[in-house]
Design a protein around this ligand. Structure first.
Ligand SMILES: [Zn+2]
Length: 267
């Protein structure tokens, strides 16, 4: 059960205009499109229609312009220091661009694309493949040419986790492509956190999984352990160090790596 304050911290990140109601997947119980968020008369009101879910509340937030000014005052970078870019005007279908499909195939994202497990599109202006998240309010875009920095760019509102799949055991990985590669196992959900710290919104989303296995390479071992600790008490989280990024591995190799890791940690 989440306090009003915790709920508001999450709801506050959902972009709702004055006199608008949004219906989204409930970040508290995971219900599909069961949460409504309404902004009316300067208040934000939220409610989940699932009987078992306690998410509901309201808070005075002021009127649109003020709220927008406060939220975006001088804010052009997110918490990880990555510059935020608006959602691109042109979102091309990845299927029409061979070099985009090449990237998707080389990084084991084909199954996720075919199953529509995550929305992908192509930004021709920046030559990046986009992986959408946060109820498609934001995306992370991977540069398709080598030596372009940053490799990943945030578009729009990328609050929360990028999850690919519906399994209740999630594998936490470095980036969106690896999350798609995990999905291809057909056994696990792939989750990318897109940053070093876990936000309250992410913690709540992660706590819906029965089990989390944090799979980062040895260079990121401190980060992995810190991550597991910060989730302690919320969800069963273990750490598995990997030699190679999952996006370069076949589903079979990923399964073998995870089974091996499980044996070492004695589960
Ligand atoms: Zn709910």
């Amino acid at each position: 059960m989440y306090s009003r304050k915790e709920q508001y911290e999450v709801i506050n990140n959902i972009r709702v205009k004055d006199d608008e109601t949004k219906r989204i997947n409930c970040p508290f119980c995971g219900g599909k499109y069961t949460l409504t968020v309404t902004k009316r008369d300067g208040s934000l009101i939220w409610n989940c229609y699932k009987a078992s879910c306690s998410a509901s509340g309201g808070k005075r937030v002021g009127y649109g312009l003020d709220a927008i000014k406060n939220k975006f005052a001088g804010k052009t970078t997110d918490k990880t220091g990555i510059r935020i870019h608006p959602i691109p005007n042109v979102n091309a279908a990845v299927e029409n661009h061979e070099h985009v499909l090449d990237y998707i195939q080389a990084n084991n994202c084909t199954k996720a694309l075919e199953d529509d497990a995550v929305k992908m599109s192509y930004d021709p202006e920046k030559d990046r493949v986009l992986f959408w998240m946060n109820n498609n309010q934001g995306a992370v875009g991977r540069a398709l040419k080598t030596n372009i920095k940053p490799k990943w760019l945030s578009y729009g509102d990328t609050t929360g986790i990028l999850a690919v799949g519906n399994s209740d055991t999630a594998i936490v990985v470095e980036d969106a492509a690896s999350a798609c590669a995990v999905y291809a196992t057909g056994v696990y959900t792939g989750v990318a956190l897109l940053g070093t710290n876990v936000s309250p919104a992410q913690r709540i989303q992660l706590s819906h999984y029965q089990k989390l296995i944090i799979c980062l390479d040895k260079d990121a071992s401190k980060k992995a352990i810190k991550l597991a600790r910060s989730l302690n008490g919320y969800v069963d989280a273990t750490v598995c160090f990997i030699q190679e990024d999952f996006k370069y591995m076949s589903p079979t190799s990923i399964m073998e790596t995870l089974n091996e890791g499980a044996r070492i940690s004695g589960h």
